[in-house]
Design a protein around this ligand. Structure first.
Ligand code: NDP
Length: 280
């Protein structure tokens, strides 16, 4: 049997950890597959995906900046992908691509199973309204968080995300300038790429409460500024997005291969190279 073909498509994508993660899952489960990283600029995305399919590709992860475009070309969307308006997992079917979004489930699994956080009733601040924020917000609401406040550099996107989520009594779009008056939060999530792109706006220390958890969805050095702020502000728990990355990969793997790999060893191995962050 030839190995079945998988890929992650993004731009840039060279530093993606997904090929390593899926290779580890394949070894663990004995499944014969190839999984490569494919770089595609925005204007090339459709053609690159068509070529991948023509060469026998049966599944792909989609990352920045293609998640919204991927949702548009699918012939079928899961409920999670529909609600997010973004796709991170493509599954080949006889009629075209099926799109799913495992980012939200991945984050919730990491926070609850790995970090032992009880998300229920947590008053939550989500910073950002891009693809990652859209993926994780519905899953957080489903996991039972309390009120969800959303701020984003571009306010129109804050409003669009809040509208898409519904639940106006529970979901509150706000401006960065409002942050000082909002009191403290039990969960603060940085879902922006601001550290790589000009720096995060100043966040008041008053946002952090005594039992607050702070999460940066990015990982590696990029997560350090936000997590250092969180430590200075007195966060009880701090974590980056490495666990979410491994968990969303496991969820995608399960969609493709009908088996959920064990994630702890893979996570621990990747974390060895990232020891810096544990102390950030
Ligand atoms: P998008 O490009 O879709 O969105 C970027 C977000 O960052 C927008 O909300 C944007 O605001 C905001 N932003 C960018 N620069 C600034 C700035 N200088 N000041 C304030 N806000 C800024 O990216 P994604 O949502 O896909 O990714 C966001 C982060 O999440 C990335 O770091 C990515 O690596 C991480 N991620 C991690 C995953 C994981 O598994 N751990 C999965 C997916 C993403 P605006 O709307 O105003 O442009």
């Amino acid at each position: 049997h030839a190995p079945s073909r998988f890929a992650v498509i993004g731009h840039p994508v060279a530093h993606s950890l997904s090929p390593r993660i899926h290779a580890a899952f394949a070894r663990q489960t004995g499944i014969n597959l190839t999984y490569v990283a494919i770089d595609a600029a925005p204007e090339e995305f459709d053609a690159v995906l068509a070529e991948f399919a023509a060469e026998g590709g049966v599944g792909a992860n989609i990352t920045l900046p293609h998640k919204t475009r991927a949702a548009q070309i699918c012939t079928h969307l899961s409920e999670a992908a529909e609600r997010a308006g973004a796709v991170n997992t493509l599954i080949r079917s006889a009629t075209g691509w099926h799109g799913d979004n495992t980012d939200g489930t991945g984050l919730v699994r990491d926070l609850t199973d790995r970090h032992g956080l009880d998300l229920r009733s947590r008053r939550t601040l989500l910073i950002g309204a891009g693809g990652a924020a859209r993926g994780v917000a519905p899953a957080l609401l489903d996991a039972g968080i309390g009120d969800l406040f959303i701020v984003n550099r571009t306010p129109e996107r804050t409003d669009a995300l809040a509208d898409a989520l519904g639940q106006p009594g529970r979901v509150h779009p706000r401006y960065f300038d409002d942050l000082r008056g909002l009191g403290s939060f039990d969960l603060i999530i940085n879902a922006t790429s601001a550290t790589r792109d000009g720096g995060l706006p100043t966040l008041p220390m008053s946002l952090m409460g005594r039992r607050s958890a702070a999460v940066d969805l990015s990982y590696g050095e990029v997560a350090i500024p936000f997590l250092s702020w969180a430590r200075a502000a007195g966060a009880h728990e701090r974590t980056d997005g490495l666990g979410m990355l491994v968990e969303q990969a496991a969820e995608s793997f399960q969609r493709w291969h009908q088996v959920r790999p064990e994630t702890d060893a893979v996570y621990a191995k990747l974390r060895e190279h990232d020891a810096l962050l544990v102390t950030a």
